[in-house]
Ligand binder design. Structure first.
Ligand code: SF4
Length: 442
């Protein structure tokens, strides 16, 4: 029996869905040691910070929250603090964690989180602090360990790492090169989640899912993987993120159109409406190419929910470039836009570009863009009227609600429900106070 049995743990997560899912695996590892989860980091015996370094804000928050436990650790030296994930993995990061966090017991990177149980056991025996950052993954984490938060949607990794090297992004430096899981492994995991655990949505995860399979011995493609997963019996749908416009082919559009089990929602980051800026970002596509995908997907899947990411104020972005981004969002009419002000990431090429944009200008631009998107979103609601959507039925505050693949809620006020969590068609009839209402229309 190990010394952690019966002890309490708490996991703090920063960053993207990949990290959220990794924390689900970390919780699984801690459970396998016989521990129980609690909500309070101050009273937990083991606290794990699963960090992110994609933006400075996330990094500062994680650092400050670890520091906040310093006094607690001084009073209770047997408390174990672990810092893992992207922050320790980056070379020459903003914080020298080894030096600045001497009270932290275990510091590991992104590639050896799967060995956390061994590190904890080693620590309990030797009482020696662990600092281990390795360059390549030991092995991918076993999904059987996962303790999942969400009972409806399950995340499934299909590819790790990224080969794209966008000039603003730290991911390829902290997550390494692309490494796909085999189709057989993924199929087995999805089948189990759907048929034995009743998940309704499976979200396939990767920094660039469209690159899936290129690195495997037996080459395959993302669209092939999707087609195969759709053969699994059950009432479920598949979402995926994140897509890269460069690798987004017509084969995928065809699968999205033809396969009922592929959700009618697409997150396709554009990052900028200016081809000149896209080139400086090393995104490998221009606006003409991006718009050709948008046109094709809208034609093939008429009610598709589109969302995107935009970086405002990338080095060298002029008023003209920014106006091209504004023009693009007016043209595409996304359901959702995630807009961020560019922030320098040490270790990336863009951080060394000399023509950085003034913070005030970035602020003005991002607010202008978000205001425009708000107007577009309001107008977009009208396009739902009289349309039918395949929705997952949920109960929210005693009312039946149909949730579309894009996450839009349609209230069904007069519907007498017996159960929830099944897919059915809902027709939108009205908009009140910016909320949609409708009826079941099978
Ligand atoms: S595609 Fe670009 S933005 Fe996305 S993870 Fe790779 S380098 Fe980063």
């Amino acid at each position: 029996m190990n010394s952690y049995v019966g002890k309490k743990y708490h996991v703090v997560t920063y960053g993207c869905q990949m990290n959220v899912h990794e924390s689900e695996k970390i919780r699984g590892i801690l459970h396998s040691l016989g521990m129980e989860e609690i909500d309070n980091p101050e009273t937990a015996d083991v606290v794990v910070f699963n960090t992110c370094c994609i933006r400075e804000g996330a990094e500062d928050r994680a650092y400050n929250n670890v520091m906040a436990l310093k006094k607690v650790k001084e009073k209770n030296p047997s408390k174990v603090i672990v810092v893992c994930g992207c922050m320790p993995q980056q070379k020459n990061g903003k914080y020298d964690l080894k030096k600045r966090l001497p009270f932290v017991d275990i510091i590991i990177g992104t590639h050896n989180i799967n060995a956390l149980a061994q590190y904890l056991i080693e620590l309990s025996k030797t009482k020696e602090r662990v600092y281990d950052i390795i360059e390549k993954p030991i092995a991918t984490m076993d999904p059987d360990y996962c303790i999942r938060d969400d009972k409806t949607n399950a995340y499934v990794n299909i590819i790790y790492g990224c080969n794209k090297f966008c000039t603003y992004c730290i991911v390829p430096y902290v997550r390494g090169r692309e490494m796909s899981r085999t189709p057989e492994e993924i199929y087995k995991e999805v089948k189990d989640l759907v048929q034995n655990h009743g998940y309704k949505y499976i979200t396939l995860l990767g920094q660039n899912v469209n690159s899936y399979g290129k690195d495997l011995k037996e080459k395959t493609s993302f669209s092939e993987l999707l087609k195969n997963l759709c053969k699994i019996e059950g009432d479920f749908k598949i979402k995926f993120m994140t897509s890269h416009p460069m690798d987004f082919g017509d084969d995928l559009i065809k699968v999205m159109k033809e396969e009922h089990k592929v959700a009618k929602a697409l997150h396709l980051p554009v990052q900028s409406g200016s081809s000149r800026i896209l080139q400086r970002m090393n995104r490998h596509y221009d606006i003409k190419h991006y718009m050709s995908i948008i046109k094709k997907i809208k034609r093939a899947v008429p009610n598709i929910a589109l969302s995107t990411d935009i970086i405002v104020g990338f080095p060298g972005e002029t008023e003209k470039d920014f106006n091209q981004t504004m023009k693009l969002i007016k043209k595409v009419k996304y359901d959702q836009v995630f807009a961020f002000m560019y922030s320098k990431r040490t270790g990336t090429p863009a951080a060394t570009f000399e023509d950085q944009v003034d913070e005030d200008i970035k602020n003005i631009r991002v607010n202008k863009l978000l205001r425009l998107q708000k107007i577009i979103q309001k107008e977009q609601l009208k396009k739902f009227i009289k349309k039918r959507f395949d929705c997952l039925i949920k109960h929210i505050n005693g009312v039946a609600v149909g949730v579309t693949d894009g996450g839009r809620e349609i209230y069904i006020p007069n519907y007498k429900y017996n159960n929830e969590n099944y897919f059915t068609k809902v027709k939108v009839e009205d908009i009140r106070n910016h909320k949609l209402s409708g009826v079941i229309d099978e």
